[in-house]
Write a protein that binds this ligand. Structure first.
Ligand SMILES: *Cc1c(COP(=O)(O)O)cnc(C)c1O
Length: 433
């Protein structure tokens, strides 16, 4: 299968090229040339299949031409070494818990899949080591570091701003060792990002070592997110609740919901979608006005969704042939202030006992307000509430338990290398690696 760029100015790429490059040469996002519908018999019996098997069938439709079946099956089964249960919150509202992976957030799925696929391509090429550079303000670093941990042939450098990530986040990528090196940069997130960008453009460095990014726009991180929507459908079908399924996705860069839209094009019977936003309402306004007007992001308590120019909008726009009416027919929007998010968390806890994290709460609230008679809604719980413990405890007046997995990270020894934000120092460090 070939991949084309949403900007239409770059040559078609193979899967291998698209995964290694991440972004197309014209700065567009790669899209698979074809979307293969899955056969009706797959949906007829989907509730009898395991999560891994469902995901393998979906992965085969995208990657089956480029990766041998037994390798792809192993990559999928390895990636999904944890469950994604659809938990009943109310009669017609389910929470799809995506936080049972190693870093307790949904980005684990895409990061683990990409690491294994890249590992396969490296082995094919004869094992030249590939170095992944990733700048993080918190969550991306932990998902990527843990996703790539122990994958042969790949070394990961995580650049993070000193003193600007939470202690829980920091320990998730500084305590791992092995093929993960944490670089503590004396600067802000933008400085980390600039160092990574400069490294990719530096001729000496690129001669010295093979560099790649694990950005969230990478097709190998983005497409695997479609897996769990099929599994959500299977779980609802088992309970006789799948006939009018509404999927609600708390969205930031819109990668997650975009993969769900790909699922629909493959035949997944979703009645409609809701994109739930915090105060960053660019997509919400696009639905209302037909104008896409990016703006500076504002900080909220659902901070993984603080995005002012969602990169995957380009994919959605391309998928729907730039047709505003067609987009509106499939997707509606919602936007919530911090106060409304907090209120939704309190209301959900009081009436159902279920604890939402601030991101999931946007999804829950959008279903509460938007579900119609006969519909069943599934919203994504994109992270475990304990990842945002101080915010959640402050709102719910609680002392939520930190899962053992998270505690284990916190017990590890921090290992990181301190660097200034000066590119020459970063370059010298890498040249000696
Ligand atoms: C990344 C993230 C999101 C947003 O997902 P997108 O694919 O960027 O829309 C939502 N919630 C959490 C907890 C996240 O980490």
């Amino acid at each position: 299968m070939k991949y084309y760029s949403t900007n239409g100015q770059a040559p078609l790429a193979t899967l291998h090229e698209a995964v290694v490059k991440g972004l197309a040469g014209d700065k567009g996002l790669y899209m698979p040339e074809r979307i293969k519908p899955l056969p009706q018999r797959f949906f007829d019996h989907i509730e009898e299949l395991s999560f891994q098997e469902i995901a393998y069938q979906v992965a085969d439709a995208f990657f089956g031409e480029d990766v041998p079946a037994d390798t792809l099956r192993q990559i999928v089964y390895d990636t999904l070494a944890f469950d994604v249960p659809a938990v009943k919150v109310e009669d017609n509202i389910y929470s799809l818990e995506l936080f049972h992976g190693p870093t307790l957030a949904f980005k684990d799925v895409g990061a683990r899949f990409m690491a294994r696929l890249l590992g396969y391509f490296i082995r094919q090429e004869g094992n030249e080591q590939v170095n992944v550079l990733v700048a993080t303000s918190g969550d991306t670093g932990s998902a990527v570091a843990n996703g790539f941990l122990g994958v042969e042939g790949i070394h990961v450098y995580v650049l993070y701003p000193k003193g600007k990530v939470s202690p829980i986040q920091e320990c998730q990528f500084t305590t791992l060792g092995q093929n993960i090196t944490a670089l503590e940069i004396d600067g802000v997130f933008d400085d980390c990002q600039a160092l990574v960008k400069n490294a990719f453009m530096d001729a000496d460095l690129n001669k010295h070592m093979k560099l790649t990014s694990a950005n969230s726009i990478n097709v190998a991180r983005f497409l695997p997110q479609a897996f769990y929507y099929f599994y959500a459908y299977a779980q609802l079908k088992k309970q006789g609740k799948a006939d009018q399924m509404v999927v609600c996705v708390p969205s930031g860069n819109f990668g997650n919901i975009c993969s769900a839209l790909f699922g629909k094009k493959m035949g997944l019977p979703v009645k409609r979608f809701i994109a739930a936003n915090n105060a960053n309402d660019i997509f919400f306004n696009y639905l209302k006005t037909g104008q896409y007007e990016p703006k500076a992001s504002v900080q909220t308590i659902a901070n993984a969704m603080d995005v002012g120019d969602p990169s995957n909008f380009a994919r959605i726009y391309t998928l729907y042939n730039k047709d505003h009416a067609a987009i509106c027919a499939d997707i509606s929007g919602a936007t919530y202030t911090d106060e409304q998010i907090a209120e939704a968390m309190r209301q959900c806890k009081e009436t159902t006992g279920y604890v939402c994290d601030p991101h999931g709460a946007c999804g829950y609230q959008a279903l509460k307000e938007g579900l119609k008679e006969g519909e069943t809604g599934v919203y994504l719980e994109t992270a475990h509430p304990a990842k945002f413990k101080s915010v959640v405890d402050g709102i719910l007046n609680s002392d939520i338990e930190i899962p053992a997995k998270l505690q284990a990270f916190m017990k590890g020894t921090k290992q990181s290398i301190a660097l200034s934000k000066d590119f020459s120092e970063f370059k010298e460090f890498l040249m000696n690696e």
